[in-house]
Design a protein around this ligand. Structure first.
Ligand code: KG4
Ligand code: ZN
Length: 362
């Protein structure tokens, strides 16, 4: 009897400053190519939308070819195209959407419209490619759901209750800057380049986080919302009051990075722990987005989950699990997570009239 093959999806993400194309099959990542524009935008200290659009236009075709080559498959083997339609920069989204439409028309396959945030949320479910013909296991409902979803990136900071794949309830979101954006802005004050999250993590390893006490925002509110702009202002004011000599001392920079990173993470952990305590039926925590690459955040979050386990144990003493993407490349923007969403949601995402949705919500 011929073995039924899993659909093979060509996924495209051009939501911000990375042109990414992947080939996925179910939860498996067969190839995942990212053409980064970081060097291009470094000079602006942020992403410049029209520059991003031009770079996406230049990169998209070669990136599609590289993803197919990496997956060792031909265009004829692809069964659907998945593309990010939002949220993101409108001119950047446009390039991916048009490329997906053209590709789908030429190859007579359907297009699936994916929300970039759902990509980050479900990125923890991705699995590496393997030669085994067995399809990877679907998410285990009894062990994982409901779950607490945490999207922590340069554009978003959100807490969601995941009842099932496709059924999400927003618990809290940032009222101003995102966590990664806050780290990037503090990094800029210290001349660490853009984006600065990874550089801050590295410097913080040898710094003392107790050196500068950052405020803990929104503790008076019972909501699970975030606010990072006060931390940024606190950093600026503190640095302005420090002498030029101290400001350039290597130990001061390390201590300040450790303190600022702890300030940002303490706020995230405080709200995540409150959300877990208010929803004691939650069985797992899913952490996605660029900031999820940070090892210190993962360690601290595991500790917070253990604290909740002690206070509010699940029946049978089952421990709540922390899920993170299987490699760091899947924390940052990438098309593999878009393909995996399309693989899980399938026809529910079919869209004949694709349009960019820069402010799309989950
Ligand atoms: O998910 P992402 O690539 O793009 C958005 O969708 O926003 O996230 C980028 C953000 C940047 O703010 C960057 O500084 C941050 O993720 N980031 C990190 C680390 N690596 C990237 N933040 C903290 N620690 C890291 N290791
Ligand atoms: Zn993103």
């Amino acid at each position: 009897m011929p073995r039924t093959r899993q659909p093979l999806i060509l996924a495209i993400d051009t939501s911000c400053d990375d042109t990414s194309v992947a080939v996925t099959s179910g939860l498996r990542v067969i190839s995942n190519v990212v053409a980064s524009q970081t060097q291009l935008h470094k000079q602006y200290g942020g992403v410049f939308p029209t520059v991003a659009k031009l770079a996406h236009k230049e990169n998209i075709e070669p990136t599609i070819r590289a993803a197919l080559r990496g997956a060792r498959c031909t265009a004829g083997e692809i069964t659907a195209v998945a593309v990010t339609v939002g949220p993101g920069l409108a001119p950047a989204l446009e390039v991916g959407i048009r490329a997906a439409e053209t590709w789908a028309r030429t190859n007579a396959v359907p297009v699936l419209a994916v929300n970039h945030l759902e990509g980050h949320l479900l990125s923890v479910l991705t699995q590496p490619n393997s030669r085994s013909p067995e399809p990877p296991r679907e998410p285990d409902d009894a062990a994982l759901f409901p779950a607490l979803g945490m999207i922590v990136s340069g554009g978003h900071t959100q807490l969601l209750k995941i009842r099932q794949v496709g059924r999400y309830e927003l618990l809290g979101t940032t009222l101003d800057d995102a966590a990664g954006e806050c780290l990037d802005k503090i990094g800029r004050m210290l001349n660490l380049g853009y984006p600065a999250g990874a550089a801050i993590e590295e410097l913080a390893r040898t710094g003392n986080r107790e050196t500068v006490t950052f405020p803990l925002p929104l503790t008076h509110q019972k909501t699970f919302d975030f606010s990072f702009s006060g931390l940024k202002t606190f950093a600026r004011n503190y640095l302005e009051a420090v002498s030029e000599k101290d400001r350039h001392s290597s130990q001061f920079i390390r201590d300040f990075c450790a303190s600022a990173q702890w300030g940002v993470f303490r706020h995230i952990l405080y709200k995540a722990q409150r959300a877990l305590e208010a929803n004691p039926e939650i069985r797992s925590v899913w952490l996605g987005g660029g900031v999820a690459a940070n090892m210190q955040l993962r360690t601290l979050l595991r500790q917070s989950i253990r604290d909740v386990d002690k206070k509010n144990p699940l029946t049978g003493g089952v421990k709540r699990r922390l899920l993170v993407p299987y490699c760091k490349k899947l924390c940052a923007d990438n098309a593999a997570m878009i393909g995996v969403v399309a693989g899980l949601r399938g026809d529910a995402l079919k869209d004949e009239n694709l349009d960019r949705q820069p402010r799309m919500r989950l």
